[in-house]
Structures are given as C-alpha cells and as structure tokens.
Design a protein around this ligand. Structure first.
Ligand code: NAI
Length: 340
C-alpha cells in the first residue's frame, strides 16, 4: 500500500495528531446510503477525518449533489460520488472500511424489526457486492435491525466464501453515546470523561448498558440506574417520536458512526488499545453474535472482551434479552438461507 509522508501532506498539522509514526497510510472509506439522513452528515464527518485519503459516496438517489458538496471541503480526502447500481463495484473497489447506513428508518409506532423486510433485501444486495469487490474491507453495519442485518451479512459472506468474523461489525456506538450522555447528566460528572460499556444487541431490551462499570464512579440509586437503563434502551424511540414521522436518529447516529469508523481506521493503522463496543460474532455468551467491548487492530477484531462483573440488575437484564436477541439473529439467518 502506498504510504504518504506527513511532510508532503497538505494538512499534515491535522494528520499528525492521531499518529505515533511519521507515515499516514492511504485509506479508502466507502459510505453506502451516503445521501440519506445519516449518510449525509456521516459523509461530512468522514470528510473531516484526516485518516481518510479516499471517500467514496454511494447511493441510489441524490448522490451527485452530496458528493459535489462534500468534495469542496478542503481536507485530505478525495471524494467521488457513485450514483447507480452499475457504479457500486467501483465505489467498493479497494475500500478499507465500508459503512452501511442504507435502508429505511423507523416511523412512530414502529420497532426496528418492522424494517426487516425492506432492509434485509438492501443489506443482502450490498453485501454481495462487498464480497465481490472488497472482500477484505471492515464492514460497519448501521442499517436496522442490526440484530438481524449483521447475521444476514455473515451468511452472504459465507456463501461467497469471504466471511471473516473479524471484519464484520454491527454499529452499536449510538447506544454507548446515549448511555454516556444520560449518565453524565445524572452523575454530575464531565461528559467527556464518561465511559459506559453497552452490551447485548441494538434494539429495545437487547440494549444493556452496564452502568455498574461506568466511570467516573458515582453513587446512583437503583431507581436512577433503572431509569437510565430504560432511557438508553428507548433512546431511539425518543428521537423517532420527536421527529414525528420524519425518520429516526440521523445526526447523533452520524456522530456515532464516525467515531466507530475512526476506531476501525486507527486499528488498521496499528494504533494500540483501540476499544469500542460492537455487535460481532462472539463466544461471550451462548449466542452466536453479541455486542461487547472489542479491541480493534490491523485485521479488524483483535479481541472480543468479556462482560466483566455485572450487578444483579444487569444479570437479570442479560437473561431477559437473550431470547429476543436469539430470535432476531435466527430471523436474519433464516432470511439469508431462504434467499441465498
Ligand atoms: P434515510 O431514508 O434518510 O436514508 C437511507 C438512504 O439509503 C437513502 O438515501 C436511500 O436512497 C439509500 N438507499 C436505499 N436503498 C439503497 C441501496 N440499495 N443502496 C444504496 N443506498 C440505498 O434513512 P436514515 O435515517 O439515514 O437511516 C438509515 C438506516 O440506519 C435505517 O435502517 C435506520 O433504521 C438505521 N439506523 C441505525 C442506527 C444504529 O444505531 N445502528 C441508528 C439510527 C438509524
């Protein structure tokens, strides 16, 4: 891979910050669904990321405008828009990280599972193209229901003979972002210092924030912990209702997606101790996929970390979430088996 020296980079003062070494690798990031509610701000944030050298923006509608707009920003990456199915291969070729926010979002009264029928097909098609054009890319799955779309992606890759569990991630970062914000508000600690692992899955009660492990420590009552847990689990619905039919979280999701993609890039570049929560193939529980803290490295997942000590409330939440998460995983696998 071509290595660009910092000294020749036009934005070297920015580039240097994330790095211990003197060289910044070329990294191509592809966003599938780039013109959507999440896709647009996420494309903007990836354009601001100095670790990205090539930014490929793909959508089946409105790509040229978004790509032209984003491309005028004077940061390192070159931006190319891809507007139709015929151009999908080119958008994916050589990608190091592929982020997928393609698909329909929730409306009030819908669960993430209600999106299954439409989004399962979209994800299947996009993953078939990934298997063909960039089988080694790290795939960041945002499209819901993540609890099912990640197993679908795994089955598509298995069928194509390209599956590497280290390279497939369900993006649950927004749950962590919310847990941190809500915890900081109650614990009266600076939000920037807060860390809260969120495990399980990415829908309703399958989202399990581990506030007993939150730092900085605070002495919150059981009632407050219960309320914080529920608010984290219902955070998406809070936004869906506030948007009243205009979609689900897009701006906070773009932020969360950008954080996760940045962590993947740092891992690929050899930055040590990059840890984020993600929904990945897992042996942490008896379920085949599970979200927990993951150490990212040069090949994607370097280590899936365990749950650590749980409070009784969290242990109970863990047992409660398992049947729902299991059935969402099985639904994804069943869809894939039927259509592949
Ligand atoms: P949106 O409807 O605003 O945008 C979706 C975009 O995907 C549109 O631009 C559409 O043209 C595009 N698209 C549809 N089919 C496509 C295909 N085959 N190839 C490429 N692009 C395609 O929706 P929004 O709000 O951006 O949400 C996108 C997805 O992200 C939804 O499934 C939503 O549920 C999910 N989501 C996930 C979250 C998470 O935490 N993982 C949080 C919030 C939303």
């Amino acid at each position: 891979r071509f290595i660009k020296s910092l000294t020749t980079s036009p934005s070297s003062h920015i580039v240097r910050r994330g790095y211990a070494s003197e060289a910044v690798p070329e990294r191509k990031v592809t966003v599938l669904g780039a013109a959507g509610g999440i896709g647009q701000p996420l494309s903007l944030l990836m354009k601001l990321n100095p670790l990205v050298s090539n930014l490929a923006l793909y959508d089946i509608a409105n790509t040229p405008g978004v790509a032209a707009d984003v491309s005028h920003i004077n940061t390192r990456s070159e931006v190319v828009g891809y507007a139709s199915d015929a151009e999908l291969g080119k958008a994916l070729e050589g990608a190091d990280v592929v982020i997928i926010p393609a698909g329909v979002p929730r409306k009030p009264g819908m669960t993430r599972d209600d999106l299954f029928n439409i989004n399962a097909g979209i994800v299947k098609g996009l993953c078939e193209a990934i298997a063909k054009h960039c089988p080694n890319a790290l795939v960041n799955m945002i499209s819901n229901p993540v609890n099912s779309t990640v197993p679908i992606a795994a089955e598509v890759f298995k069928k194509a003979g390209t599956y590497d569990p280290k390279r497939l991630f369900g993006v649950t970062t927004l749950d962590v972002v919310r847990a941190k914000t809500f915890y900081a508000g109650k614990a009266m600690v600076p939000v920037a210092e807060v860390n809260v692992p969120v495990v399980g899955g990415h829908a309703g009660i399958t989202i399990l924030p581990l506030f007993s492990q939150a730092t900085p420590k605070a002495n919150l009552s059981d009632e407050v912990i219960t309320a914080l847990t529920k608010r984290t689990q219902d955070g998406g619905t809070e936004v869906v209702e506030a948007k009243a039919g205009k979609g689900s979280a897009t701006l906070s999701m773009a932020y969360a997606g950008a954080i996760f993609a940045d962590a993947c890039l740092k891992g690929l570049n050899g930055v040590p101790d990059v840890i984020e929560c993600s929904f990945v193939q897992s042996t942490v529980t008896e379920l085949p996929f599970f979200a927990s803290r993951v150490r990212l490295g040069k090949n994607g997942v370097e280590e899936v970390l365990g749950l650590g000590p749980l409070s009784d409330f969290e242990k109970e939440g863990l047992e409660k979430l398992k049947p729902e998460l299991k059935s969402s995983i099985e639904k994804g696998i069943k869809f894939a088996t039927h259509y592949l």
